[in-house]
Design a protein around this ligand. Structure first.
Ligand code: HEC
Ligand code: HEC
Length: 89
């Protein structure tokens, strides 16, 4: 490979890297509702995820009075989709 070609490949490589970075940076933020940091949910923030998930449906169910929306996706593993929000003291 002569020098000129190598330079072109280097520039191409940089351009592709930049494009990928920009693409990732522009990706929309996650929109799934975060778990509020409030009296109801605070306790779950310091719990292992699997432990916490067992308790969500005490409230978030028909019996608990706060059913999930009808079009809610499969609800196995709540915390996989509903992330913790920024902790507010
Ligand atoms: C003690 C009852 C209770 C428990 C247990 C509980 N929640 Fe909630 N949750 C609520 C109430 C009340 C609201 C609505 C008011 C609010 O925003 O706090 C709510 C709201 C939410 C919302 C919606 C926030 C929004 O933006 O609309 C999410 C997501 C949520 N809870 C996830 C969870 C997850 C995940 C768990 C288990 C780790 C859980 N909750 C356990 C009572 C509970
Ligand atoms: C596969 C991903 C996924 C899983 C797992 C999941 N959810 Fe959701 N949940 C969503 C999406 C998507 C919505 C509707 C869009 C949104 O939140 O803005 C939603 C909505 C909700 C809402 C209503 C939020 C609002 O703003 O009205 C509550 C409460 C909730 N989920 C609780 C739970 C609980 C409790 C569990 C576990 C039993 C759970 N979710 C598991 C993706 C998920």
């Amino acid at each position: 490979m002569n020098k000129k070609k190598a330079t072109i490949y280097n520039i191409l490589f940089l351009a592709v890297s930049a494009a990928i970075l920009i693409f990732l940076w522009m990706a929309p933020p996650e929109t799934t509702a975060k778990i509020p940091y409030d009296e109801n949910h605070k306790a779950f923030y310091d719990m292992p995820k699997k432990e916490a998930e067992k308790k969500c449906q005490q409230c978030h169910s028909k019996e608990g009075g706060m059913p999930l929306p009808k079009d809610h996706p499969p609800k196995y593993r709540c915390l996989f989709c509903h992330k913790k929000s920024e902790r507010r003291p």
